[in-house]
Ligand binder design. Structure first.
Ligand SMILES: Cc1cc2nc3c(=O)[nH]c(=O)nc-3n(C[C@H](O)[C@H](O)[C@H](O)COP(=O)(O)O)c2cc1C
Length: 143
């Protein structure tokens, strides 16, 4: 079974809601999922996974520093060719998910586009879009 690691930061819980919905969708489509807040995540979470989804809200036109630092730390790993996805809640400009997506592409990952941005708190429709992303990640492992 293919493995997905979902690693995220969240200040007020909105990106956390997205992360849990991505988890739901991925599990329903048969992926083995590890989900962690970035403070608890290790590089092994990524090394042991076939796909990673990284989430951060946008603060002051950027991603959460803890998440960006974590993504920077992945540059030392062999993650070329793994499936990647970026997501995050935002208020008005939403740069974080785009920044993360570009970083993952820079590592040679097979990044799902477009990245997923949801304004403020995801409503039912937004939660469903997140579940769909989880399912889409799973599809990359089906022949
Ligand atoms: C201090 C502060 C700065 C923010 N700066 C931005 C910003 O530059 N661009 C943007 O799109 N949203 C900005 N936001 C809005 C947050 O991205 C939004 O509230 C988001 O839903 C928070 O996600 P979270 O609950 O996962 O932390 C800011 C919010 C706060 C409190």
């Amino acid at each position: 079974m293919a493995k997905l690691a979902i690693i995220y930061g969240t200040g007020f819980g909105n990106t956390g809601i997205m992360a849990k919905a991505i988890e739901e969708g991925a599990r329903s489509a048969g992926l083995d999922v590890v989900i962690k807040k970035v403070d608890e995540a290790t590089q092994a979470d990524v090394e042991n996974s076939d796909a990673i989804a990284i989430g951060s809200p946008t603060y002051k036109g950027a991603g959460m520093p803890t998440v960006i630092k974590y993504v920077e730390s992945l540059s030392k790993l062999q993650i070329k060719g793994k499936v990647g996805a970026a997501f995050g809640s935002y208020g008005w400009s939403g740069e974080a998910a785009g920044v993360i997506s570009r970083m993952l592409k820079g590592y040679g990952m097979d990044v799902i586009e477009p990245d997923l941005r949801i304004k403020r708190t995801p409503e039912e429709e937004g939660v469903e879009v997140c579940r769909e992303l989880g399912k889409l990640i799973a599809k990359r492992f089906k022949k």
